[in-house]
Design a protein around this ligand. Sequence first.
Ligand SMILES: Nc1nc2c(c(=O)[nH]1)N[C@H]1C(S)=C(S)[C@@H](COP(=O)(O)O)O[C@H]1N2
Ligand SMILES: [Mo]
Length: 259
Amino acid sequence: MKKKRVKKELTVEQKIQRRNFISFTVFGAFAAGTYGGWKWLYNSPEETAGITAGAHKPLRRALNATELFFRRLAFNENHLVKTYPKSMAAKVVRHNSDIGSEGKLPPENWKLQVKKKSGEVLQITLDELRALPKTEIIYDFKCVEGWDQISHWGGVKFTDFIAHFKLQDEAKMEYVGLETPDKQYYVGIDMPSALHPQTLLAYEVNEKPLNGQHGQPLRLIIPVKYGIKNLKRIGSMNFSNTRPRDYWAEQGYDYYSGL
Ligand SMILES: Nc1nc2c(c(=O)[nH]1)N[C@H]1C(S)=C(S)[C@@H](COP(=O)(O)O)O[C@H]1N2
Ligand SMILES: [Mo]
């Protein structure tokens, strides 16, 4: 004989108690989960020191994934940074910090050192660079410190430089690293940004050779990035599949620093 199951009717009071119990249990589980997640992040190892300013590994992994997502979403080599007529270019070009690029370096005492995959180091003179087709750009230069200015630069397009010096294999790597001759200031640039059609190895500002303030004899002009990545006085260049060291990224600034 089957027992008839009688469902006991709950009183209003009991219903409230039951809901309260469920709410608190669920809330408690979430709170424990959040606390656990935070503890896990807090106790996880810090990322390798050096390249960026230190963040717990999972957080850095998340930041890098976010960066990659936006690189893929927003970066398009066919998208050009806005350019302006010459009449709008500043006559007095603003000058910012000079780490590794102070004073003058006589161009005859300078050579651009390019480290090839094979280990061979190219030594390129300013005259060799000036002999290549010149590209000019007038665009709004932006510094992370909050200023911007329309300025006029001239030099060798980075892609022309790669083609002329037969660095196609090197350009297949993920990053290019640039350092001042004294190694005091250095930047790492993702290859798609370096190969962007508006990226220049510049030796002129306002149609005159760069002066001591703007990174003579040669500087990077990379309009898809903030000023911090526009290294003044390039001394050496190397290519890699891992992130080259980067002066401001070491201080906690965004490694990508794209616009
Ligand atoms: N060697 C070197 N390059 C550098 C810097 C620097 O301190 N040293 N400062 C960067 C920053 S923060 C900016 S905004 C620009 C400023 O370039 P400008 O002085 O030509 O305006 O250079 C970038 N390149
Ligand atoms: Mo800057």
